[in-house]
Write a protein of this length. Structure first.
Length: 294
């Protein structure tokens, strides 16, 4: 194992290469990475927009000061457990095991950051600007399938709150995608394909897919806390967002390495990554929650 293999800058660049695959919903949100300073974002919560007067006859026109609220957002810390590659074992392998280790760390960091982002984007509960609706289809097992009508209802809720038509995304749980395919194989079998770098559209949404959608309480329809212990009341969802209403930010990536450790007779590596993903204004996000069959 040459020293070049453990050049940290090279490893970190490789770790971040293609960190967001074409199919990742995180490719379609605002990227605030350039705003990160010391692994935090300093930004302002925009105040109330001005009213528009039509055929006004009263002067002087009222002056209203816009008050922006300063916000500091600390990026979350994602740490991988250390991996030990023993020298005798590495020599025996015909491929570069350290490269394989790097891929493993990248994959788990990619999965956990996306899981945290999906949870953040899904609404906490049903409200005027954060619709959470329940599925109404035929019963399969202990749940009701998603239907076209459910997706159209979510579209109507987005329409009602004047969410821009452009940049709407619906991230389907694979079980919900299966429901749609069973309903109409010809119409929906390729629904989540990426064509020329863009997802296909249905009912005004660009359609994506992930298996790491958040859990909801099937009784209260409230979102379950991230990493909460599984409960019998848990159910899953598909979630939606408008790309201008949600954000991600990448911060520092740091590599820890102890090369040729004399006690372990090998090399130990691990990574830290700073990352955050959040709704920007608490609107323009929604979810379709699988309801429990009664």
């Amino acid at each position: 194992m040459s020293d070049a293999r453990l050049e940290k800058e090279i490893w970190i660049n490789q770790l971040m290469e293609n960190f967001y695959p074409d199919s990742s919903f995180l490719n379609y949100v605002k990227d605030f990475s350039t705003l990160v300073d010391n692994n935090a974002i300093n930004m302002a919560e925009v105040g109330v927009d001005p009213k528009v007067l039509i055929n006004n006859t009263t002067y002087p026109i009222k002056v209203v000061q816009r008050v922006d609220k300063l916000i500091r957002i600390e990026l979350d810390v994602f740490e991988t457990e250390n991996t030990l590659v023993r020298r005798p074992v590495a020599i025996e392998y015909s491929y570069d095991q350290l490269e394989s280790v790097l891929m493993g760390h990248r994959n788990v960091l990619r999965a956990r950051t996306a899981e945290k982002a999906a949870h953040a984007f899904a609404p906490q509960e049903d409200a005027d600007f954060t619709p959470v609706i329940t599925t109404t289809g035929n019963i399969v097992g202990a749940r009701k399938r998603i239907t076209i009508e459910d997706i159209l209802l979510l579209k109507e809720r987005f329409d009602d709150m004047n969410v821009p038509q452009e940049g709407r995304y619906l991230v389907l749980n694979p079980k919900h995608l299966s429901d749609l395919i069973l309903f109409d194989v010809k119409a929906f079998k390729d629904l989540t394909d990426i064509v020329n770098g863009q997802p296909k559209r249905f009912a005004g949404f660009s359609i994506l897919q992930t298996s790491i959608t958040p859990k909801y309480n099937a009784t209260t329809k409230g979102k379950v806390d991230f990493d909460a212990a599984p409960a019998s009341t848990d159910t899953f969802c598909s979630f939606a967002f408008q790309g201008g209403e949600v954000m991600k930010a990448d911060g520092e990536v740091f590599m820890y390495a102890n090369e040729n450790d004399p006690q372990e007779r090998g090399t130990i590596v691990g990574f830290d990554k700073r990352f955050i993903a959040l709704p920007i204004r608490g609107k323009g996000v929604g979810a379709i929650v699988s309801s429990v069959a009664s």
